[in-house]
Design a protein around this ligand. Structure first.
Ligand SMILES: Nc1ncnc2c1ncn2[C@@H]1O[C@H](COP(=O)(O)OP(=O)(O)OP(=O)(O)O)[C@@H](O)[C@H]1O
Length: 250
C-alpha cells in the first residue's frame, strides 16, 4: 500500500536519511523506533511531503511520486491519502473541539456543514470526547487535546494516519489514555505509521517494528523479532537502554 524507495534527505551538510526503503501493507501498524536524531520524524514527514526528500520515490495506493520532480498537483493528491497527528496537537486555539474537526472537512474536502458535523460527531465519539464538543482546546487536558488531533485525522478518512510522537508532549499519567485510543483505532484495521518512544506500545500494538539509527533502517520485523530476537547489536543496545520504559500495559 505504501512503498518508500531510496529516500534521501540532507539538511545543510547533514545527511539525515541515507536511502530508506520501506513497504507498508494495508492495515499495518508500523512503529518506527530509534535514538533521538536518527531521522524518524524526517522520514514520516517525507511520506506526505511536509519535507520533500532530495531523492527517492513515495508510492501510496497506486499513486507514485518522484520526490525530486514532484509537481504541486501530485503532492496535493498524495496528501489527500494521508493524515497526520502531531506531537504538539496543532489545534486551532480559538475554535471549539467540534470546529477543529469540521474545519478540515469543510475546507479541504468541500463537505457541507451538516455532513461535516455528522462525521465529526462520529469520530469525536470514537475518541471519547462527545461531552467536550463545545469546549475550547485550552479547557482540555493534553491527552484530550491529542484525542481531538486524532479525531481530526480520522475524520479525513485517510488511507494512512501518520503519528509523530503523539504522546511525547504529555504528562506520563495522560499517555495511556491516548495510546489506548490509538490502539482501538488500530484494531479497526486503519493503516498507521507511528514514530514513538513508547516501547510497550510498539511491542503490543504494532505488527511491524522498524528500528532506525543514523538515517538508515537498521532492522525491521515483527515485534517479537525485533524485541525478543534482535539481529543487530545496535538494536540490542538501544532496547536495553529503554528496557525500563516498557510501562504501557494494555
Ligand atoms: N528542518 C530542519 N532543518 C535542519 N535540520 C533538521 C531539520 N529537521 C530535522 N533536522 C535534523 O535532522 C536530524 C534528524 O531529525 P529527526 O527529527 O528526523 O530525528 P528523530 O529521530 O525524529 O529525533 P527525535 O526522536 O529526537 O525526535 C536531527 O539532527 C535534526 O536536528
Amino acid at each position: 500500500m505504501i512503498t518508500l524507495t531510496n529516500i534521501h534527505k540532507t539538511f545543510g551538510k547533514q545527511e539525515v536519511l541515507k536511502g530508506i526503503d520501506l513497504t507498508v501493507e494495508q492495515g499495518d501498524v508500523v512503529a518506527i523506533l530509534g535514538p533521538s536524531g536518527s531521522g524518524k520524524t524526517t522520514l514520516l514527514r517525507c511520506v506526505n511531503f511536509l519535507e520533500r526528500a532530495d531523492e527517492g520515490e513515495v508510492q501510496i495506493s497506486g499513486l507514485t511520486v518522484d520526490c525530486k520532480h514532484a509537481r504541486k498537483h501530485d503532492i496535493v493528491q498524495l496528501r489527500r491519502k494521508t493524515a497526520m497527528v502531531f506531537q504538539h496537537y496543532n489545534l486551532f486555539k480559538h475554535k471549539t473541539v467540534l470546529d477543529n474537526v469540521t474545519e478540515g472537512l469543510i475546507i479541504a474536502q468541500k463537505m457541507s456543514k451538516s455532513d461535516a458535523r455528522t462525521r465529526a460527531l462520529r469520530v469525536l465519539e470514537q475518541v471519547g470526547l462527545s461531552a467536550k464538543i463545545n469546549e475550547y482546546p485550552s479547557m482540555l487536558s493534553g491527552g484530550q487535546q491529542q484525542r481531538v488531533g486524532i479525531a481530526r485525522a480520522l475524520a479525513l478518512n485517510p488511507e494512512v494516519i501518520l503519528f509523530d510522537e503523539p504522546t511525547s508532549a504529555l504528562d506520563p499519567e495522560l499517555v495511556g489514555e491516548v495510546l489506548s485510543v490509538i490502539r482501538s483505532i488500530a484494531q479497526e484495521g486503519i493503516t498507521m505509521i507511528v514514530v514513538t518512544h513508547e516501547m510497550g506500545f510498539a511491542r503490543e500494538v504494532a505488527n511491524r517494528v522498524v528500528f532506525m539509527d543514523g538515517g538508515s533502517v537498521v532492522e525491521e520485523g515483527t515485534p517479537e523479532e525485533v524485541f525478543v530476537r534482535p539481529k543487530q547489536e545496535r538494536t540490542r543496545q538501544f532496547l536495553s537502554r529503554y528496557s525500563s520504559d516498557w510501562s504501557y500495559v494494555i
